[in-house]
Design a protein around this ligand. Structure first.
Ligand SMILES: [Zn+2]
Length: 438
């Protein structure tokens, strides 16, 4: 399958089955915005939950916060975003489309209409907003990254928990960037979700080995959500291109259908962030190490993840229509929007429907379950394969024990990937599905 063609097919599937819709579509759309539909919100939540469990809850040295989207503008001045979060832009004098000159192949004329460009002007990537109704309202910004609130709350977390260095704080949430370059579906959007970790270490620690351990731990997450390691590339950022305060940065790139691009990243940022916030806020952010009696500003290692990009990577990896007959999303059961679909063999037989309802109601207590009684069983399988439901359960006349009493209270369970069907007791269903989620 041609790769760009694959992206188009994924975009079409997302719209048709309710994973991702173009933003504000009934008003003609709004560029670089998308809405997650009924299945998209499930898949995205499952990605976020898996991330949170793996990176925050499973680790003794991690905790989490959920900071604000609107923070003091002083924080973004201290972090350098207000001064530096800017891109040069040129505007076409004819069609008024804007471009980043560094992303253009030919800077002499507009690629859309051939028109002449204006001089390049600096354009802030921050979304500005004003607090208060009066003209003298306080100007601040929608956060361009989630990390800010972690630094701002580092001291609160220390004081309210029994964590000691080394420890980390994780956060998942929305961030906003007034980006001019757009395209490739949900890869780059104005509003997006990030998962970030600030891992605080002593300046005396062996940062290089802690960095390596985090990098390997990050790849464990790729394994967990079904992204093959061979699709990744560690782009080691050379000295000259790194931020001056960072001693090592790796852009963790992924082979998307449209090409290789940044999915996640990890950086060793020294004590730059907390030093800047201490200086700008006037609040002492030193850590006191009660075993050595030393005081210091912690250094940080920062793993960062794009959730929407992860969503796109997961979908690209799972999408399979190679046999041309059926489309299957080979999602890990852990991420699948529905874990199991329940079908009554026929919808006009009340005794079948009633029995299937009881199976549905029981499993619903434990998993996200979907009911389907439309068309024939083959069509229902087709429909569930397309959205990645790992198992389909059919309640038939054997379930009722009408012809063979040995089969009473058993159902057919069909596996999405192998398409094999087996007969299992209703009482074993919960354990069977549970096992697939481990
Ligand atoms: Zn133009």
């Amino acid at each position: 399958m041609a790769e760009q063609n694959k992206l188009e097919k994924i975009v079409a599937l997302c719209k048709r089955r309710g994973f991702v819709f173009p933003g504000s579509e009934i008003y003609g759309g709004l560029a670089s915005t998308y809405d997650y539909g009924p299945l998209g919100v499930e898949l995205k939540n499952n990605i976020k939950r898996s991330w949170w469990k793996y990176f925050v809850q499973d680790r003794i040295d991690m905790t989490g916060i959920d900071g604000g989207i609107i923070l003091s503008p002083k924080l973004w001045e201290a972090s350098g975003h207000v001064a530096n979060f800017k891109d040069p832009l040129v505007e076409c004098k004819k069609c008024h489309h804007r471009f980043r000159p560094d992303k253009l192949k030919d800077t002499s004329k507009c690629p859309d209409c051939g028109g002449e460009f204006t001089e390049a002007k600096m354009f802030s990537g921050l979304f500005e907003t004003t607090i208060g109704a009066t003209e003298e309202g306080l100007v601040t910004y929608l956060r361009p990254e989630t990390a800010g609130a972690i630094f701002a709350n580092y001291k609160n977390v220390l004081d309210s928990t029994n964590l000691k260095i080394p420890f980390g704080i994780g956060q998942v949430g929305k961030a906003f960037r007034n980006e001019i370059t757009t395209g490739n579906f949900i890869f780059r959007t104005l509003e997006f979700e990030q998962a970030e970790i600030e891992y605080f270490i002593s300046p005396d620690s062996d940062w290089s080995s802690i960095f390596e351990k985090w990098l390997e731990y990050i790849y464990g997450f790729a394994d967990l959500i079904g992204l093959p390691r061979k699709q990744f590339f560690n782009n080691e950022i050379p000295d000259k291109e790194r931020a001056f305060y960072s001693k090592r940065t790796i852009d963790i790139e992924y082979q998307f259908p449209f090409g290789q691009d940044e999915l996640w990243a990890i950086a060793y940022r020294t004590d730059y962030d907390l030093s800047r916030h201490q200086e700008a806020s006037g609040t002492n952010l030193e850590y006191f190490d009660d075993t050595t009696g030393k005081r210091f500003i912690p250094h940080v290692i920062e793993p960062t993840f794009g959730i929407d990009r992860t969503f796109l990577a997961v979908l690209s990896e799972a999408y399979d229509d190679n046999d041309g007959e059926r489309t299957v999303l080979r999602l890990s059961p852990r991420l699948a929007p529905f874990k199991v679909a329940i079908f009554p063999l026929l919808k006009n037989k009340p005794e079948l429907v009633e029995k299937a309802r009881s199976v549905y109601n029981e499993l619903k207590k434990h998993f996200n379950v979907v009911w389907d009684d439309r068309g024939n069983i083959g069509k229902r399988y087709f429909s569930q394969d397309e959205i990645g439901t790992p198992y389909c359960v059919t309640v038939d006349f054997d379930t009722l024990g009408e012809s063979d009493s040995d089969k009473k209270d058993t159902v057919t369970i069909r596996d999405r990937d192998t398409m094999k069907q087996e007969r299992i007791a209703i009482s074993d269903l919960k354990a069977f599905i549970q096992k697939s989620l481990e």
